[in-house]
Design a protein around this ligand. Sequence first.
Ligand SMILES: [Zn+2]
Length: 171
Amino acid sequence: MNPDVNVIPVKERLTNTNILDLMKNYDIVVDGTDNFPTRYLINDACVMLKKPLVSGAILRFEGQITTILPGDGPCYRCLFESPPPPGLVPSCQEAGVLGVLPGVIGALQATEVLKIILGKGKPLNGELLIYDALGTNFRKVRVPKNPDCAICGANPTITKLADYSQEYCTL
Ligand SMILES: [Zn+2]
């Protein structure tokens, strides 16, 4: 709709072999993916490239969003150390998702991106915002940085990107 916006579609799956190349030309990453291997891959790549990441997730009647500023607060692995075992968390395909949730969470993610670009306000780094659509509640949870985090901690054990889909079944 905006003639000044240039959308560049990439018609390939995001993998550990192409993600760093794809991301290097962008200033901010917005994650709206629907599976854990990709979510962790994006987090780890953003920490390695020191790129801001605005992460959003939705399931059933709830959505959550957080902003990761590498070097300034926790990363996604500080919040959730590793993906849940396959099958523990149902996918949107299995459990469903309220149709308006991508719009609500997406608009909040876009707001975070604008705040980062403009240098205005306080980004959601170090906090997880949870939206409960049924109760119409927004709740913020403070998230500390994990000094032992495998990717952004003092002694990271993840030093190169792996194919996480081999370890964790795609939801
Ligand atoms: Zn971390």
